[in-house]
Design a protein around this ligand. Structure first.
Ligand code: PLP
Length: 431
């Protein structure tokens, strides 16, 4: 690093903010397409996209122009007390692609705020503060969203404004390790839901919130259809289903536009953020009008749906749809998935995911024991090879791959080669 930015970061920002690569932390100073350049002039292929947020790529003309057009009006903020054309247009588009009939859309600045808002809607609509959440989940960094985050390293609050009951994540790898196939696991998950409802809740639960694929949790997914099976049970008592699509939305999973669609459900509320702004602060909630309008007081967000973020959101969504990025995610994701699956090495417990949301979980060879140290070595080797990837999972033993959905076939193969090389080297070391 050219100056002491890391020392200055450590001196002035709180200790609980994670930063990748420790003493070798990098500052990203420019980017183009799927590549970024650090302060030392080194170029990396980006397979993590700022935690699945840089969804279209860096320096994309269509997005730059849309934002510059809005900037040129001189209006970055007017407050939502006045009509904002960009906000209305974006809400209309999002409602159209949401799959929710009679959808209303509320725009926020982040995924956390989107989930806070969804909790507010659901608890008001149902007049209950009881929420069902999934173990190993991540939903945000505020008081209520931490209360529904089932991941010890990310949830720093044991106090809660909600009454939360926890369901199993129906993790397919852990299921397989226990001798359970997908069918058994799905059945056990529904039994678990019924048992939790009957035992530790008072019955009048407001909502169940779930990530269709757990992001921070290490790209863990329950078997397809589980959310649908849950919804049948929830419907018996009018309990709402909230799909947290902050990581899984907009076609990232390749097979579907929304993660929830793999489960044969229509959620009552969907929350989104990250990719829709391609870096601009933008998130939101979509829901049926009857639920969205249940909040009895007036409410607005000073910055949510501001003209600049909404202009970016409009350009991003137009780009996703006009370039069919969902199909691209499926095609190039398959190259990476198949290439990693072909590895078959003892330190690799599982290669999982769909589209461009791919996780590789590492264990000590010949055991089921998570190996976070090997994971860090793979992570560092990737960086040395010029590839940025993510780390995660409950045990810190998952490499997470979530590049921009515009990733080309050549870039997919280039990143795959670096990953294969890194994993093979670390596997050889660990024997
Ligand atoms: N929900 C999920 C599934 C997330 O992955 C995240 C962030 O990583 C959030 C919510 C919180 O979003 P934000 O960081 O924009 O507040």
């Amino acid at each position: 690093m050219t100056d002491d930015l890391l020392a200055r970061h450590r001196a002035v920002l709180p200790d609980w903010m994670p930063i990748y690569y420790g003493d070798d932390a990098i500052e990203i100073v420019s980017g183009s397409g799927r590549r970024v350049v650090d302060g030392a002039g080194r170029t990396y292929l980006d397979f993590f996209g700022g935690v699945l947020t840089n969804m279209i790529g860096y320096d994309i003309a269509e997005i730059n122009e849309a934002v510059q057009r809005q900037l040129a009006t001189g209006v970055v903020h007017t407050s939502t007390l006045y009509l904002i054309r960009q906000q209305v247009e974006l809400a209309e588009k999002i409602a159209r692609v949401s799959g929710i009939p009679d959808a209303r859309v509320f725009l926020t600045n982040s995924g956390t705020e989107a989930n806070e808002t969804a909790l507010l809607m659901a608890t008001n609509a149902r007049r209950s503060n009881q929420i069902l959440a999934i173990k190993n989940s991540y939903h945000g960094r505020t008081f209520a969203t931490m209360a529904i985050t089932g991941h010890r390293s990310w949830s720093s609050s044991s106090l809660s404004p909600l009454s939360v009951s926890w369901l199993s994540s129906a993790d397919r790898l852990r299921g397989r390790m226990a001798g359970l196939g997908d069918g058994d696991l799905a059945e056990a998950a529904v039994d678990d839901l019924r048992e939790v409802l009957a035992t530790v809740t008072a019955g009048d639960v407001a909502a169940l919130i779930a990530e269709p694929i757990q992001g921070v949790g290490g790209f863990v997914a329950a078997p397809d259809g589980v959310l649908g099976a849950y919804q049948k049970v929830l419907n018996e008592s009018g309990i709402l289903l909230i799909a947290d699509e902050v990581q899984t939305g907009w076609g990232r999973t390749g097979s579907h536009f929304w993660g929830y669609q793999a489960h044969g459900v229509t959620p009552d509320l969907i929350t989104f953020a990250k990719g829709i702004g391609n870096g601009f602060a933008l998130g939101g909630v979509i829901g049926r009008a009857s639920v969205m309008n249940a909040v009895p007081a007036i409410s607005f967000s000073t910055f949510g749906g501001n003209p600049l973020s909404a202009a970016a959101g409009n350009a991003v969504l137009d780009y996703v749809l006009s370039h069919d990025l969902q199909a691209n995610a499926a095609a190039v994701g398959t190259i990476v998935l198949d290439g990693l699956r072909a590895l078959d090495l003892p330190i690799v417990a599982e290669v999982r995911g769909r589209g461009l949301m791919i996780g590789v979980e590492f264990v000590r060879p010949g055991t089921r024991e998570p190996d976070p140290a090997a994971t860090v070595r793979v992570f560092d080797e990737c960086k040395a090879g010029g590839l940025l990837v993510g780390k995660g999972g409950l045990y810190g033993n998952v490499i997470r791959i979530g590049p921009a959905l515009t990733l080309t076939e050549a870039e997919a193969r280039e990143g795959l080669a670096i990953l294969v090389d890194a994993i093979t080297r670390v596997d050889a070391e660990s024997r």
